[in-house]
Ligand binder design. Structure first.
Ligand code: PEP
Ligand code: MG
Length: 760
């Protein structure tokens, strides 16, 4: 038993071994379950038939040739019911369907179990015996266990395209691969793998007689990568601060490090070709770094490999000629880093897809600032097989789609065309206020992190910064920024937006926001050492940040400070104590500081019920609906398996949002909202109806939200809200509001949201 399960788990990662796995399973089960026949039928969603794909007991020619339609026999019944069927004499079951010529008349006892992966039926596994007796319940349990294990292997083969091609003889259509949202938007493009994916492991040793020639090749490749890195740094020079560009300097420094280059040249001098010499040295270095105690140094192993792969791709002739990338590239990588932006001009980048990483990975932060649709953490994504193929990247829902039917493809083309038209058509709204038809005005603020965000936000008429995520500049470096460096960064934000307010959130690390130089390893990071919990435990870090913020605001006085992940009011008091100390110190140093307003993020469920008491401790509140949704629904916002359940329109979340704004009004405390729901046009209607007047969002959402709020009347929205709060399905909430908008003759397509409502 253990053996067969172990074999299946080993085979899961290798889609190409599926046939061998299935053959092994049917053979082993025949013996273990004392049966006379064992079959695996796989479901072909195109032909809508169950295809016999592995068997012991029938004549061999039936494999691949025998198939049953969706309504035929007990197999179809098991598939439909999605539960096991255990019969003493299958021939007497009303659903029994006799198949001529396979010798089935000899079998009576039958146990059949569906094979299901993430709610999708993949096939049915069945054992049969000649005796007229049902299988024991222990047999049933065993077959269910095997089926559950097998489902992952089959799903992997399906995702890889192997299932359709090798088992059904045709490609499966409309394949969906799920990840999490990295940056919103939709794009269609050609799957393209960046240089950082060249495979160092596949490079073997090869002797060379032309040592000088190989050294020249290596040096040229090194120079090319150095050029790439410098170019991307320059490319961002206008939009990014030097601090934000530091990430590219790390790579440059590594390439300038004589040791690595010299070692490769020494290896070549021994008679190895350049590719082999590079692979040897990079492996040696990364192994050395990986064995280090210091997590920061360990992290450098990733960078060394990334650079190694880039140099290798230049050494490999077919990748060196310029212009091989597609017109509209969907760039795919195991773990994309911002260095990818060095490879391909921005106008050729349609979208980004990363197998590893989350919404807070560096590349996702850059993608949001640049408005590139991005999906992160797409597990089970067979990208090697998809290169060169057309892909759709749905950055609204964290999905990548391949082999789409024309109809589906058109659906996405329409969305792209509508969005393009929308963005062009909305420019005239920039100077106008965000006021409803019946005169209710909203303040539209922006969420920032990188300087690129600031530039875009001003272009789109942001009325201030509702959330400046200070952890982003921290994440872009390889050590904590000094007080002086932080002051510079913060002052730039405050100055650009002056006299409008800038809400700066104190360092919110932990969860999935990692600093490579301050690693936090925990079993449950989202419930662990996060946000203010970290900074209160490290006053030396917190004080430097508070002093830098206060200094930066000298003479401008448009700073507001926001505290993240507060559980107890005492944490606010402690933070205030440190703030007073910082102010006092600076005043003694002769710096004119004014006391900024201090607010609290409402993002932990307990916060919702404590608004009245919190109001005595802070000046304003800002609702972090992303974390609030995560914690209220107990859905990890970084886990693609449960991404479909993460929905801020859940009635429980909506009730919490309503309670917060009501309690805030009662306590006479200012409240704003800065989670993703505020930047969703439908979400903005709900929030407006609830009473939120300050909405903070990414700069790409500003004009869409303004457009929808200017087209509705507030009293209409309030009535609509009354109706939708009675609904119990988040998708129905969205669909209902969209229908209501349509009935008001508000063109949904002009808001770029119409096509998403009914697209599972
Ligand atoms: C939130 O949680 O809603 C929020 C705005 O903060 P972040 O996404 O940075 O955690
Ligand atoms: Mg948060």
């Amino acid at each position: 038993m253990l053996n067969i399960l172990q074999r299946i788990s080993q085979d899961i990662s290798s889609a190409r071994d599926l046939r061998a796995t299935l053959d092994m399973v049917v053979l082993s089960l025949l013996e273990m379950m004392v049966s006379d026949a064992c079959s695996i039928f796989l479901w072909d969603s195109e032909s809508r038939r169950f295809v016999l794909s592995a068997n012991q007991g029938f004549a061999a020619h039936n494999i691949g040739n025998l198939s049953l339609n969706a309504g035929e026999g007990i197999i179809a019944l098991v598939g439909k019911r999605e539960e096991p069927i255990n019969l003493a004499d299958a021939a007497h079951h009303p659903s029994f369907h006799f198949v001529q010529g396979i010798g089935e008349e000899a079998y009576h006892g039958m146990l059949a179990v569906p094979i299901i992966h993430q709610r999708k039926l993949l096939g049915v596994i069945m054992v049969q015996k000649k005796a007229k007796i049902a299988y024991a319940s222990a047999d049933e349990a065993l077959l269910v266990t095997i089926s559950a294990q097998l489902s992952a292997a089959i799903a992997h083969a399906k995702a890889s395209g192997y299932l359709g091609r090798d088992f059904f003889g045709h490609t499966l259509l409309n394949n969906i691969y799920r990840g999490v949202v990295g940056s919103s938007g939709v794009a269609i493009g050609t799957a393209y793998m960046g240089k950082a994916n060249a495979n160092l492991d596949s490079i073997g040793h090869r002797d060379t007689d032309d040592i000088d020639g190989e050294i020249t090749l290596f040096e040229t490749a090194l120079a090319n990568v150095r050029l790439d890195m410098t170019e991307v740094g320059n490319h961002f020079a206008r939009d990014l601060r030097p601090e934000e560009r530091a990430i590219f300097d790390v790579y440059l420094r590594m390439l300038d490090d004589a040791a690595l280059g010299q070692e490769v040249i020494q290896e070549i001098a021994k008679g190895q070709w350049a590719q082999g010499a590079l692979a040897t040295v990079v492996k040696r270095y990364s192994k050395h770094f990986e064995s280090m105690e210091d997590p920061y140094i360990r992290e450098r192993a990733t960078d060394i490999r990334d650079m190694g792969r880039r140099i290798l791709s230049y050494l490999q002739a077919e990748d060196t000629h310029i212009g091989t990338f597609p017109e509209r590239a969907v760039i795919i990588g195991e773990e994309l880093t911002p260095a990818i932006l060095a490879e391909i001009p921005e106008n050729h980048i349609a979208a980004l897809v990363s197998i590893k990483g989350s919404a807070n990975s560096h590349i996702a932060i850059f993608a949001r600032a640049m408005g590139i649709p991005t999906v992160m953490g797409v597990t089970d994504f067979p990208y090697q097989n998809l290169l060169g193929q057309e892909l759709v990247v749905d950055g609204y829902r964290g999905k990548v789609l391949s082999n789409l039917t024309n109809e589906k493809k058109q659906h996405y083309r329409d969305i792209i065309a509508e969005e393009r038209a929308l963005v062009q058509g909305l420019d005239n709204l920039i100077p106008k206020p965000c006021t409803t038809l019946d005169g209710v005005t909203h303040q539209l603020l922006v969420n920032t992190g990188l300087m690129t965000d600031v530039v875009r936000a001003l272009d789109r008429g942001a009325e201030g910064v509702g959330l400046y995520r200070t952890e982003i500049p921290f994440m872009m470096r390889d050590r904590f920024p000094s007080e002086f460096e932080q002051t510079e960064i913060y002052r730039q934000q405050l100055k650009i937006f002056h006299p409008r307010d800038v809400v700066m959130r104190t360092l919110d690390i932990g969860g999935d926001k990692a600093l490579s130089y301050f690693p936090i390893n925990e079993q449950n990071p989202f419930l662990g050492w996060r946000g203010i919990r970290v900074t209160l435990d490290h006053p030396e870090i917190f004080m430097v940040q508070l002093r830098a913020m206060l200094r930066a605001s000298e003479g401008l006085n448009n700073l507001k400070i926001l505290l993240p992940m507060v559980t107890n009011n005492s944490e606010i008091d402690e933070a205030m104590h440190l703030l007073y100390r910082a102010m006092h110190e600076l005043q003694e140093e002769g710096i004119e500081v004014q006391q900024p307003k201090v607010g609290m993020m409402v993002e932990i469920p307990a916060n919702v019920y404590q608004i009245a008491s919190v109001a005595h401790h802070v000046d304003f509140l800002s609702v972090g609906s992303n974390d609030l949704t995560q914690y209220l629904l107990a859905v990890d916002r970084t886990n693609p398996r449960v991404a479909g359940m993460f929905d801020s329109f859940h009635p429980g979340v909506l009730r919490a949002l309503q309670l917060i704004v009501d309690e805030a009004k009662a306590a006479d405390i200012e409240v704003s909202i800065c989670g993703e729901i505020a930047g969703d046009p439908i979400g903005a209607i709900i929030l407006s109806a609830m009473g939120y007047r300050n909405l903070s969002m990414s700069s790409t959402s500003l004009l869409k939200v303004k457009s929808v709020l200017r087209q509705i009347s507030h009293s209409w929205a309030v009535e609509l809200l009354r109706d939708v709060t009675k609904l119990d399905d988040p998708r129905v909430v969205r669909a209902t509001i969209e229908l209501a908008l349509q009935s008001q003759d508000i063109s949904l397509s002009k808001l770029g949201i119409s096509k998403f409502a009914h697209d599972g």
